[in-house]
Design a protein around this ligand. Structure first.
Ligand code: NAD
Length: 501
């Protein structure tokens, strides 16, 4: 199998798509000859095949990363030089932004304009942001008296195994690579099997930016094979995983074998509360953004909406109309489209089965509720924006993450009732509160069990602000300065200044 293939995307853009595993700055075939097929979710046509890693390939990648970790070429760099490599990578991503966005739209199904303006734009910002951090990571001195000089060093953790999901293929890679590299670690990264192409193109840019060989290794492959091999590998010091809560549990179990450091970004069932004193137009607009963006495939999607009973009917009427007026379902490469297909047949079918269960459990369908039969396209993994109302806390779709353009709406009576309903979940990732009462806004934000709370917005995260969850939504934080703690370990140095034995 060739290690690159010339492809022409549906928007006419031609480029060279790497198809191998990226180990030691070289694209290589998998030792087993296994491949993964990448499918265009818009029309179900095959795009290309790429190498699929087995445990043996992961072993090779870990060896490369281990050697690079102690190499002069990498560890001999000054922090400023490391930062410069990230800044160069950001510039290269900017130069190649149209190709990266095209690949993401093609492989994942997300609208091209969003891939370009949101995903890849954030990729560039994240690499710049962490490029800036690289020479600002330092320890401290601790005064324990004249007889001792004590100081701390913040050192890289070592070889990091990173597993990412398919919903933001290149952006999730940037969230993980940025802080890991700024801190001086080396990486073995595995993209999701549904979207392997973007990170392979990124690999080209990593090499071109000047990262020494072995610093970043990319091994696409099945979660059960390559992912499991990374999670359990004794040569890996830290795992950073983004994906479902169940897989996160498995990864944690495997990582326990050699007590790897671990950060998990897992599932969510984030609540959005609308109080009667809210600016209703704003609440409607952000509620739509909160669940329909990226076709609902966002871990922080505000998928449970709770509206105060005094404005419940009005909210539902307005929300339904806004969703009808603002959902342009169609071809990801049409500039008018803001809602493409779901990433895969399996995800589409999963969402449709939740829709059926929700109907069977007696909720009221307000809008949508279908896939193929009602979709604007004859082919492709489409699900129409779907809204259910009159639900109860016991409904399956209130308890479980659907990960689609699917929202359930319920009323609440008092602030206490709203908080109790919001917190009645195993998850704790995001939450949103709509109120014009500043005191209430902060009070509710404090009472909600979540890693992130938006007051009067939803989903407008930022790379400088920590991102992560509580309860079964994860462990640790990504982004911002906080991510640097996840990729460094503290060494204390004691210098004896006078107590000779
Ligand atoms: P997933 O858990 O199936 O897969 C995530 C990644 O883990 C993929 O790369 C997959 O190949 C790999 N994997 C699967 N099984 C594995 C195993 N046994 N060992 C090691 N790795 C394994 O999730 P998904 O379907 O790709 O993504 C959807 C889920 O991700 C949703 O539940 C969503 O909430 C979650 N998600 C969370 C965040 C967050 O930041 N909290 C962000 C995006 C997605």
């Amino acid at each position: 199998m060739a290690q690159a293939i010339q492809l022409t995307a549906p928007n006419g853009l031609s480029y060279s798509q790497p198809t191998g595993l990226f180990i030691n700055n070289t694209f290589v075939p998998s030792t087993s000859g296994k491949t993964l097929k990448s499918i265009n979710p818009y029309d179900e046509s095959p795009i290309t095949e790429v190498a699929s890693a087995t445990a043996d390939d992961v072993d090779l990648a870990v060896t490369a990363a281990r050697e690079a970790f102690t190499s002069v070429e990498w560890r001999g760099l000054t922090p400023s030089e490391r930062g410069l490599l990230l800044l160069r990578l950001a510039d290269l991503c900017e130069k190649h932004e149209e190709i990266l966005a095209t690949i993401d739209a093609w492989d994942n199904g997300k609208p091209y304009e969003q891939a370009l303006g949101e995903d890849i734009s954030e990729v560039i910002s994240v690499f710049r942001y962490y490029g800036g951090w690289a020479d600002k990571i330092h320890g401290s001195t601790i005064d324990t008296g004249e007889a001792k000089l004590a100081y701390t060093r913040r050192e890289p953790v070592g070889v990091c195994g990173q597993m990412i999901p398919w919903n933001y293929p290149v952006m999730m890679a940037a969230w993980k690579l940025g802080p890991a590299l700024a801190c001086g670690n080396t990486v073995v990264l595995k993209a999701a099997e549904q979207t392997p192409l973007g990170v392979l193109y990124l690999a080209n840019l990593i090499k071109e930016a000047g990262f020494p060989k072995g610093v970043v290794n990319i091994v696409n492959g099945l979660g059960s094979e390559a992912g499991a091999a990374i999670a359990g590998h004794p040569g890996i010091d830290k795992i950073a995983f983004t994906g479902s809560t169940n897989t996160g549990r498995e990864v944690m179990r495997a990582a326990a074998a050699n007590l790897k450091a671990i950060t998990l970004e897992t599932g969510g069932k984030s609540p959005l509360l609308v109080f009667e004193d809210a600016n209703l137009d704003q609440a409607v607009k952000w509620s739509h953004v909160g669940i329909m963006s990226n076709m609902g495939q966002i871990c922080t999607a505000t998928s449970r909406i709770y509206v105060q009973d005094t404005i419940y009917d009005t909210f539902i009427k307005q929300f339904k109309q806004y969703t009808i007026d603002n959902s342009k379902v169609g071809n990801p490469f049409d500039s008018s489209t803001n809602h493409g297909p779901q990433v895969s047949k399996a995800q589409r079918d999963r969402i449709l089965s939740y829709i059926q269960t929700t109907k069977d459990e007696g909720a009221e369908l307000v809008l949508g509720g279908g896939g193929e039969d009602t979709a604007a396209e004859k082919k492709g993994y489409f699900v129409k924006p779907t809204i259910f109302s009159n639900i109860s806390q016991t409904l399956t779709a209130v308890r479980e993450e659907v990960f689609g353009p699917f929202v359930v709406i319920q009323s609440f009576s008092t602030e206490k009732d709203a908080i109790a309903k919001a917190n009645d979940t195993q998850y704790g990732l995001g939450a949103a509160v709509f109120t014009e009462n500043i005191t209430r806004g902060h009070r509710v934000a404090a009472a909600i069990q979540a890693g992130m709370v938006w007051i009067n917005s939803s989903q407008d995260s930022h790379f400088a602000i920590p991102f992560g969850g509580v309860k079964q939504s994860g462990i640790g934080r990504e982004l911002g300065e906080y991510a640097l703690s996840a990729y460094t370990q503290v060494k204390a140095v004691h210098v004896n200044l006078g107590t000779w034995l």
